[in-house]
Design a protein around this ligand. Structure first.
Ligand code: PLP
Length: 463
């Protein structure tokens, strides 16, 4: 029969408690699963019932043996915080199984309010928007809206016959390439604009590329500026890029999947000047806003742009003219109630707390960068604008041509050691250790552990 609800509640609360307790523990984050457990994962479809508790124990063992990006010492890629309020709202939304694609009623209103709160938090003049599964889908959503504006009728006719072009910097995330592919523009439509020494898009190079393409008969669809590149956290010069876009009348999308929350801070807010001039922006609440995956937001300046890109009719679901159905504004059909997480968390904690949390992660990166600068055996490879620090171990006497291999081995050794988790990255030709602070629970002591662990292991490697 169906599962006994009291039993489910009991095991849920017990397992949540142990998962959260383990979060304070700097346990290994590298997967290390029991071989017998993995063997059981190969078993075929069970025809008969199994015990709930025993099955759940297996599930938890798998979870424990998988990398969890919400741990305070997970400093690789772009992590998260997995706030408890977010977990609570996810569980509630899952229980109600609210679907924002269809007559969601009040849930749709709450969704819209959460979108407005996010926009207000970062200072984006909001027309409309919605929650998506992630930065990839948010960026695609923006590009589809931009395509329909630049080439009206492209939904019907495709883009054949037009030489559509899209612009982003050499440092833009790969999701932009995939969005260009998925929008049917073809990868050749993408112009990768050169960057300055801070790895920010050069606005003069953008203007040149646009002028060249216009003279060649191309139709520019969108410029994608990145506000917080994934590799180093560089924020493109948004004001200068907005000047070019205004002059050329081209849609400006800002990919702030990682970095946009910093627009709300005093320490880094100045980098985002010009944000209010964009047509659209992506912000991933599951990165630097504390939510767990998957929870991104696409913000649109002009009301109606989404309906122009996604509005449609179907006979099994009537769409009313003035109260647009949510599916008329989204690429996704069935959509879970993701916004409940952010709405509940922002209301419970308040915007000031979120701002303070983000400021604390910026302070963490400033602290690590200062320690690297002061350390004779480490080299800072990039001055951090946001919360990402790229540095390498430079032991005395190690020949320069061995630095890359050394730092790659060091990154692996750090992962195996398990006290902290970071991943190697490549800055031009230099392999570095890359650390990204987005977790609100990472403390200054955790920050200090980075160089302690790296120099301890680095010096042993070198023996
Ligand atoms: N854009 C940027 C700048 C990112 O850093 C990322 C992911 O790290 C993405 C887009 C893709 O986001 P998601 O993984 O949520 O689809």
């Amino acid at each position: 029969g169906l599962a006994d609800r009291d039993g489910v509640l009991r095991v849920l609360s017990a397992h949540l408690a142990s998962a959260w307790a383990s979060f304070d523990h700097p346990r290994p984050v590298e997967p290390e699963a029991d071989p017998r457990l993995l063997e059981r994962l190969g078993a075929s479809l069970p025809p008969w019932p199994s015990d709930l508790q025993a099955t759940l124990n297996d599930a938890v063992r798998i979870l424990d043996a998988s990398v969890s990006p919400s741990r305070p010492l997970f400093l690789a890629y772009v992590g998260s915080s997995g706030l408890e309020t977010s977990v609570l709202a996810s569980a509630l939304a899952a229980a109600y199984d609210t679907n924002l694609a269809t007559a969601a009623g009040a849930a749709d209103l709450l969704d819209q309010q959460a979108v407005r709160w996010v926009a207000e938090f970062v200072g984006f003049p909001i027309g409309e928007g919605h929650f998506t599964s992630g930065g990839q889908v948010s960026n695609l959503t923006a590009l589809l809206a931009a395509r329909e504006q630049a080439l009206p009728g492209s939904r019907e006719n495709g883009v054949a016959g037009h030489r559509a072009t899209v612009y982003c910097s050499e440092e833009a995330h790969h999701s932009i390439v995939r969005a260009v592919e998925a929008a049917g523009l073809g990868r050749r439509a993408l112009r990768r604009i050169a960057t300055d020494p801070q790895r920010r898009m050069r606005a003069d190079a953008l203007a040149d590329a646009l002028a060249r393409d216009r003279a060649d008969g191309c139709t520019p669809v969108a410029v994608v500026a990145t506000a917080g590149t994934t590799l180093t956290g560089a924020v493109d010069p948004l004001d200068a890029i907005a000047d070019v876009c205004e002059r050329e009348n081209v849609w400006l999308h800002i990919d702030g999947a990682y970095g946009l929350p910093a627009a709300a801070t005093t320490a880094a807010g100045h980098w985002f000047s010009g944000l209010d001039r964009a047509d659209s922006a992506t912000i991933d609440a599951h990165k630097w806003l504390g939510m767990q995956k998957s929870c991104s937001v696409i913000l649109m300046h002009r009301r109606g742009a989404l309906r122009a890109a996604f509005g449609h009719e179907e006979r099994y679901m009537l769409h009313e003219e003035d109260t647009a159905n949510p599916v008329d504004r989204t690429f996704e059909y069935s959509r879970p109630f993701r916004s409940l997480r952010l709405w509940l968390s922002m209301r419970v904690h308040g915007a000031a707390q979120f701002r303070a949390w983000i400021e604390s992660t910026l302070a963490n990166s400033a602290r690590l960068a200062a320690a690297v600068r002061a350390h004779p055996q480490f080299e800072l490879l990039d001055e951090p604008m946001l919360s990402t620090v790229c540095f390498r171990h430079v032991p005395a006497g190690l020949p320069a041509d061995q630095l890359n291999a050394h730092n790659e081995r060091l990154a692996r050794a750090i992962q195996q050691d398990g006290r902290i988790y970071l991943a190697p990255a490549a800055l031009d030709d230099a392999v570095c250790l890359r650390v990204c602070f987005v977790n609100f629970r990472t403390t200054p002591d955790d920050v200090d552990a980075v160089l302690t662990v790296a120099s301890e292991l680095g010096n042993v490697l070198n023996v």
